[in-house]
Ligand binder design. Structure first.
Ligand SMILES: Cc1ncc(COP(=O)(O)O)c(C=O)c1O
Length: 470
């Protein structure tokens, strides 16, 4: 007998079977509590209600409640009711997904401080967007994303990043990872085999590429960005690059290499995927414009709301070369393809009212001052180290003296409660050229405002300890 009953507005599910009703009910309830399906504090129906729901004698239910109360699973108070008692649920046999807890102090790259999320402005934008959206906006929408958001983003990207963008070619995704997966699947279906990546980069992106049946080859990275001359010999069908601010070394792709890259793409028909993950955050002079403007037919430009707003917003965008668009849409339709229209309408309103610009400006100011603090700390306390790359983004690379071990810096940091990652963590295994000095990547965008100074001081101490001890 399977029954779901409702009490005080909540539904509970219970399965009892066989002729030994009392034993079956006891076991079913015990299992529900032990598995954690019935949370501590859940109020149970009265014995009369449950008995009526299950079609069994009230006495049977009363005895089961009594038994489980005696065993410590339930709490009962005369006249007040019966509750599931607070206790640790027994782990079920199912594999558990590791919890992502934040360490006490955090300077990892790519982990933004979400305490700055503009809750009020976002709530206002949601309210306005929902009040004014036509009813059709809540139906099945265009597989590229909600039209009004695509229009607003196209205008914003043209204005702020110099992208050649039209809403017709703009595709909204749940994050850059989602869009990269879409591109990889489309490429694979069109016969692509190999995607080139920078020798240092985001490990998850390499995993996404490989998970779609594509091989990766790496191109070295130096002070001019990715050495794209290596693309000539590697036979790649596409390349994933971070031209405005190489992740994580922080250098821009030089003008000479941009030209060379575009010539390669035109000659071979390969696709350039431009990951413009933090292009809005340039502190020392005007932002490096998007590479896409040089060759809109060969570059897929991608941006994300994860840095300027928060990863939890779960929105990113791509401007696709027109010939690639039908394949992307077909892939999207056949791989789920749902759209979060409410969130997209909110972002459209957030961009329309210039809340997005204002928020980015505020963050730019904040991250600039944090970057200055890192530069000053290194200059004063670590004179044999060097901060490299542009004054931009939410992270920077600090080069360490030759012979310093990155794993020792990481361990010294961890011992002091700080999460800090060596450059090697971003490398693609054995593919690294080995010509670089050791380094640590300081993600100054990660800590809460009141912990930033502490985190930086601990990083400095850990680096000094690692140097002394070598
Ligand atoms: C290099 C790089 N690209 C893109 C992203 C953004 O990814 P998503 O939009 O999936 O959050 C990040 C985030 O850390 C990143 O480090």
């Amino acid at each position: 007998m399977k029954r779901t009953w409702a009490i005080a507005g909540i539904d509970l599910h219970l399965e009892i079977s066989g002729t030994r009703v009392s034993r079956s009910l006891t076991e079913a309830m015990r299992a529900a509590i032990a598995d954690g399906r019935w949370a501590a504090g859940t109020r149970l129906p009265s014995s009369r209600t449950l008995a009526a729901d299950l079609g069994i004698a009230r006495n049977t239910v009363a005895q089961v409640y009594e038994q489980l109360t005696a065993e410590g699973w339930l709490d009962a108070r005369v006249g007040a009711g019966t509750w599931v008692r607070g206790h640790a649920a027994r782990p079920s046999g199912r594999a558990r997904v590791p919890e992502t807890t934040r360490p006490e102090l955090d300077l990892r790259a790519g982990v933004p401080d979400t305490s700055d999320f503009p809750r009020q402005a976002w709530t206002g934008a949601t309210r306005r967007a929902l009040a004014h959206a036509p009813a059709d906006a809540f139906g099945y929408t265009d597989p590229r994303g909600v039209p009004v958001l695509r229009e607003r983003l196209a205008a914003y990207l043209a204005r702020a990043r110099g992208v050649h963008a039209s809403d017709a070619h703009l595709v909204v995704g749940h994050g850059f990872g989602d869009l990269l997966a879409l591109v990889c699947r489309s490429l694979r279906e069109r016969g692509a085999r190999v995607v080139a990546v920078e020798e240092y980069g985001h490990g998850r992106h390499r995993r996404i590429i490989r998970a779609h049946g594509l091989d990766t080859v790496t191109v070295p990275v130096d002070e001019n960005g990715a050495d794209v001359s290596r693309l000539e010999e590697c036979g790649a069908d596409a390349v994933l690059l971070t031209p405005a601010h190489q992740f994580p070394t922080g250098v821009p792709l030089s003008a000479e290499r941009r030209g060379r890259l575009v010539r390669w793409a035109r000659r071979t028909g390969a696709l350039i995927v431009e990951d413009d993950y933090d292009g809005e955050f340039r502190f020392d002079r005007r932002a490096v414009g998007a590479l896409q403007a040089l060759a809109p037919d060969h570059v897929l430009y991608a941006g994300t709301a994860s840095k300027a707003l928060a990863p939890g917003v779960g929105l990113a965008w791509a401007v696709a070369p027109p010939p690639l668009l039908p394949a992307l849409m077909e892939t999207r339709e056949t791989t789920g393809g749902g759209q979060d229209a409410v969130n997209q309408l909110t972002l459209a309103e957030f961009v329309r009212g210039h809340d997005y610009d204002r928020h980015v400006r505020r963050l730019r100011h904040l991250y600039r001052s944090r970057r200055e603090a890192v530069d000053a700390a290194v200059a004063e306390r670590l004179p044999d180290c060097r901060v490299t790359g542009l004054r931009a983004g939410l992270h920077c690379l600090v080069e360490l003296p030759d012979g310093t071990r990155e794993d020792v810096v990481e361990a010294e940091s961890a011992r002091r409660g700080l999460a800090l990652e060596g450059l090697g963590r971003f490398a693609d295994g054995s593919a690294v050229t080995g010509a670089r000095r050791p380094g640590v990547v300081i993600g100054y965008g990660a800590p809460r405002a009141h912990r930033f100074r502490d985190a930086l001081a601990v990083a400095v101490a850990a680096i000094r300890a690692a140097r002394v001890g070598r």
